[in-house]
Design a protein around this ligand. Structure first.
Ligand code: GDP
Length: 458
């Protein structure tokens, strides 16, 4: 896939704002715009990075008063001549300007086409381009930090380092081929193994960070479980009230599953309130329980709400009493938080270690629960500037690279000749290159897949 030389245009802002921006990019961007823009100077004669007031005209008719911003190649997002028209935010005005741009010789851009051109112009590598889309979609401080780190290229630099080390190994091996008569080993096999294992560890670290990265990006799935009347809904409502939550219904899941999204200290949590679990013959209730178990399996954090009243009456809850075991299985990667709700009813009660005392009704203990939630996320890695992979495609590629490296290591240990071994290593290099797009030619399918997910105008 290579970009054509068309002059492309697209609205860059959503409808409904006071101002709308339309971007135009391509060799002929200034000429195309000058056919519909009437300012003091034709845009073709203006300096880069300047703003010009003027009119958008359709023959004799004025469509709008606008500001145009001029970027000259190569100093623009796409690396091409570019113009941004800021007009009044009317859907009608925008559609008129788009119509006029088409008539003036431009073509409507495909989703992500501006960024695709930026990628081909070498302005961004592939992982940075993907981060642009994530940045636009980011809705919490954590998701923003992930995208922003990736866009600034920290990620690409780390991958380049890995790639360079592998390239060095491959070339040492290839050097041996030139001296094959003399039976020399430029690449000490012990050192080679050590370096490859070290690189594999790095790849593994990146792969493992995906669980956190993905959860931070999409929102941490938290499932609230507990017997009916334990206070699950009250707890959720309390959290929502205090955090001014966004309520969202998830498409594609069961009708009655409502997810509530809450930002706590910059991290997005997706809370799901579930039906209680108990054995029952009721078919509908059984369905509800099945769904609860499903949500438990998907959760990263499970809040188990125990009704302190029922609990206290049964076992006279004191510190030496162990907490009853949950009647569901906790996924290996999930954290279980046990909450004893309605402590307002038994203020004197001593709770067992690790149980969070809570009154969902008056908010007591909520701060402790919030801290426990944040701690369970373990987002320190992100705050410490560690690389956290949040892109599913990168995770897949890293998995393939890890497998390929495993195969190369196996080859090394079983005495594979230098030429075959270097080919194995080059295979790993190619896989790593697929993340940033550096040093490899990517298939149209990969590129299309990535850029078609972008919005129009980006
Ligand atoms: P759910 O079935 O688990 O969702 O439970 P609800 O949230 O509907 O609560 C059941 C009942 O317990 C309601 O009458 C609530 O008002 C009450 N409740 C919930 N939390 C508390 C609490 O912290 N203290 C007291 N005293 N009552 C509570």
């Amino acid at each position: 896939m290579q970009p054509d030389h068309d002059t492309i245009f697209a609205p860059a802002t959503a409808t409904g704002g006071a101002i709308a921006v339309i971007r135009i990019s391509g060799d002929e961007a200034f000429t195309v715009c000058d056919r519909i823009f009437c300012g003091r100077t034709p845009l073709a004669e203006t300096e880069s990075h300047t703003v010009h007031y003027g009119l958008i005209v359709d023959g004799e008719r004025t469509v709008d008063d606008v500001l145009t911003t001029v970027f000259r190649a190569p100093h623009s997002y796409t690396g091409e001549n570019s113009v941004e028209i800021s007009c009044h935010g009317s859907a009608y005005i925008v559609s008129e300007i788009l119509r006029l741009l088409l008539a003036a010789g431009g073509r409507m851009a495909a989703p992500g086409e501006f960024t695709l051109r930026a990628y081909f112009a070498g302005k961004l590598d592939l992982s940075q381009a993907e981060a642009v889309a994530d940045l636009i979609a980011s809705s919490s401080r954590a998701a923003h930090a992930l995208a922003s780190n990736q866009m600034r290229g920290g990620y690409s630099a780390a991958l380049d380092t890995l790639r360079d080390r592998l390239l060095h190994l491959a070339s040492l091996l290839e050097l041996e081929l030139d001296f094959s008569e003399e039976d020399v080993e430029f690449a000490d096999r012990g050192e080679l193994q050590q370096t490859m294992e070290h690189i594999d560890l790095e790849i593994e670290r990146l792969r493992n960070s995906f669980a956190l990265g993905n959860a931070l990006k999409e929102g941490i799935p938290v499932t609230i479980v507990g017997a009916p009347n334990a206070g699950k809904s009250t707890l959720l409502n309390r959290l929502l009230d205090e955090e001014r939550a966004i309520v969202s219904e998830i498409a594609g899941t069961t009708r009655d599953v409502i997810e509530e999204t809450v930002n706590i200290e910059g991290i997005r949590f997706r809370f799901v309130d579930t039906a209680g679990i108990r054995s029952t013959d009721d078919r509908l209730e059984r369905l509800g329980i099945e769904r609860t178990l499903q949500r438990i399996a998907q959760a990263r954090i499970i809040i188990r709400v125990l009704d302190i009243e029922a609990f206290a009456a049964k076992t006279s809850l004191r510190s030496e009493h162990p907490v009853p075991a949950p009647d569901f299985e906790i996924p290996q990667s999930a954290t279980l938080l046990t909450v004893a709700n309605k402590i307002d009813l038994y203020p004197e009660l001593v709770l067992p270690q690790g149980v969070i005392g809570l009154s969902a009704q008056n908010g007591q203990g909520l701060d402790t629960l919030r801290r426990a939630l944040l701690q369970a996320v373990g987002s320190n890695a992100l705050e410490q500037g560690d690389i956290v992979v949040s892109n599913g495609r990168h995770f897949e590629v890293l998995t393939i690279a890890h497998e390929a490296l495993g195969q190369a290591l196996h080859g090394l240990c079983s005495g594979l000749p230098a030429d075959l071994l270097s080919e194995e290593i080059r295979q790993v290099i190619r896989h790593i290159g697929e993340i940033t797009g550096r040093g490899v030619i990517l298939s149209d399918e990969i590129l299309q897949n990535i850029f078609s997910k972008f919005c129009i105008g980006k």
